[in-house]
Design a binder for this molecule. Sequence first.
Ligand SMILES: *[C@@H]1O[C@H](CO)[C@@H](O)[C@H](O)[C@H]1NC(C)=O
Ligand SMILES: *[C@@H]1O[C@H](CO)[C@@H](O)[C@H](O)[C@H]1NC(C)=O
Ligand SMILES: *[C@@H]1O[C@H](CO)[C@@H](O)[C@H](O)[C@H]1NC(C)=O
Ligand SMILES: CC(=O)N[C@H]1CO[C@H](CO)[C@@H](O)[C@@H]1O
Ligand SMILES: [Ca+2]
Ligand SMILES: [Ca+2]
Length: 593
Amino acid sequence: MLKIISLLLLFALGQERTFACDDLVGQSGRAAPVREWWQSAQFYQIYPRSFMDSNGDGIGDLAGITSRLSYLKELGVTAVWLSPIYTSPMADFGYDIADFFDIQPEYGTLDDFDKLVQEANRLGLKVILDFVPNHSSDENDWFKKSVRRERGYEDYYMWHDGYKNEQGERVPPNNWLQAFRGSAWEWNEERQQYYLHQFAVKQPDLNYRNPAVVAQMKRVLTYWLDRGVSGFRVDAVPWCFEVLPDETGRYPDEPKSGYTDDPDDSSYLLHIYTQDLPETVDMVYQWRKLLDDYQRIHGGDRRVLLTEAWSPLDYVMKFYGNRTTKGAQMPFNFQFIVGGNGDKNNTNLPATGFAKIISSWLDKMPSGQVANWVMGNHDQRRVGSRYGEERIDTMNMLQMFLPGVSITYMGEEIGMTDLDISWEDSRDPAACNSNANIYEQFTRDPARTPFQWSSSANAGFSTNATTWLPINPNYVTVNVETEKAATKSHLTIYNQLVELRKSRTLQEGGTSYAAVGENVLAIKRSLQNEKTYLLLANVLDTDATADVTSVLRVSGNFKTKISNMISTRKEGDTVSADSVSLRPYEAIIVESD
Ligand SMILES: *[C@@H]1O[C@H](CO)[C@@H](O)[C@H](O)[C@H]1NC(C)=O
Ligand SMILES: *[C@@H]1O[C@H](CO)[C@@H](O)[C@H](O)[C@H]1NC(C)=O
Ligand SMILES: *[C@@H]1O[C@H](CO)[C@@H](O)[C@H](O)[C@H]1NC(C)=O
Ligand SMILES: CC(=O)N[C@H]1CO[C@H](CO)[C@@H](O)[C@@H]1O
Ligand SMILES: [Ca+2]
Ligand SMILES: [Ca+2]
């Protein structure tokens, strides 16, 4: 706590915080380091079910994505990450995989996938697939074979007899909980044993203590590399390994967290035996080695790993690798999601809060590594709903202006917002496993509604008036077509940011930032012999005037380059660094002469 207060004070006093990835700044006079394609890339996450429906069944598909790749190209995207497209009974919308080597029929065929990759490559876009290592579907052949104890598959999953209680009733091996409410153990009648599922009942955990499983999952990676993908975003990494049982075969209970009284809620327990194990980090290093070996043999650009972990930062940073072994290039930085207010509602977050979020990652990141910025995804409230609609452009500015990799969830570029979904229309298991009174706490549906392409019927997403989730009625104004045609819109601002991002300053420059009072977040990007850019954002609903000369070590006049929807400043308008006045929620990017 003390540390946090002193940190805030530091910002409030306008102390400068400077981050210069020493590899990237030319000041030391060293030759410019070799830069790889991903280091300042723009990643774009597609939730395939909701992106574009090509055949009128109300569900997005691969041919739909292929038909819209040119939009992504125009948007400056470097690499497209597709949420799971593999064969799946869709108990968790593709995160329950029945066949890791084939495509979900609703989404298309392997042929459609090859066409997608081919067209993407033609446009210079890279394709990244979601890799879901922790579990398969219970409808996967591996699981069926394991249930039957077929040779080679006996220990593919985490099986256990369980115990008898005093009444002689059968009880699960221990108190572990699944992420979607209730016990993590499910009785299987046929095999007469429990199996572990850290997610839904239909998502049995693979047994990573079994070398055959480790080898099988590496085969999955190679298979898709052979089909032309440029890397993987690894789902739910921290869950891969569980603690070993004791000599009697017993897995220890997890301690209560004290966070909630609801014994079915996964946060009821501290997951010290089922998440964040060191073996999992080593597994990621092995996958990185596989990718590097693949590149050595087959050539082409570097293949990349992006890892999803909501763990404590000290653990997350381990995924980058250590002194002797390389890890993931991009362990996801979720600080803009988990930082700020504990309830994730950051609509009132002051400038000091923003500065703290930025420093939380940059301060911890090992030197020589590249930062990345994730503002949202299909599991979170949309940015406009978490940070407030007035700050949509500010968040896109931050995403594109901060050093390193940007990762945009589809629709954030046009400012899509959450849609409240009724209990009847709910599809997410996290909601459906609860009840009509409490599902809104758990549901992930509001951020998964179909993409809004135009103001025509069904937002141009589908020819079918019934779509798998309802379309947000705000599509009439919030859509690609309308925003593209406007003089100024979330989308035109995003496009300006894309252009600015191509500058050497943003690609390679150093970074310093400060909170000036509670209102103004000020960030400088600079590089010797290049233009200096400042992002100046009033993040609160009151007027503010700031002198950023000492905190950012700049002086004189700057010219307005980009301004948000709220700003009335025009391109070229002069801004004096010693007196920057900003209206409520106004955000601008200015350049030096
Ligand atoms: C339209 O969508 C509904 C619900 O998703 C589906 O039952 C129906 O078959 C679809 N119509 C067509 C023409 O595919
Ligand atoms: C780095 O990680 C590898 C693989 O987990 C391990 O074997 C090695 O000891 C670690 N090296 C250092 C310097 O920590
Ligand atoms: C967040 O908080 C603000 C102000 O307290 C409130 O108006 C808004 O509805 C909240 N948003 C969400 C998504 O809970
Ligand atoms: C953001 C994300 O991909 N979340 C996924 C994490 O993993 C679980 C289980 O595979 C999914 O339910 C989430 O959607
Ligand atoms: Ca379809
Ligand atoms: Ca596991």
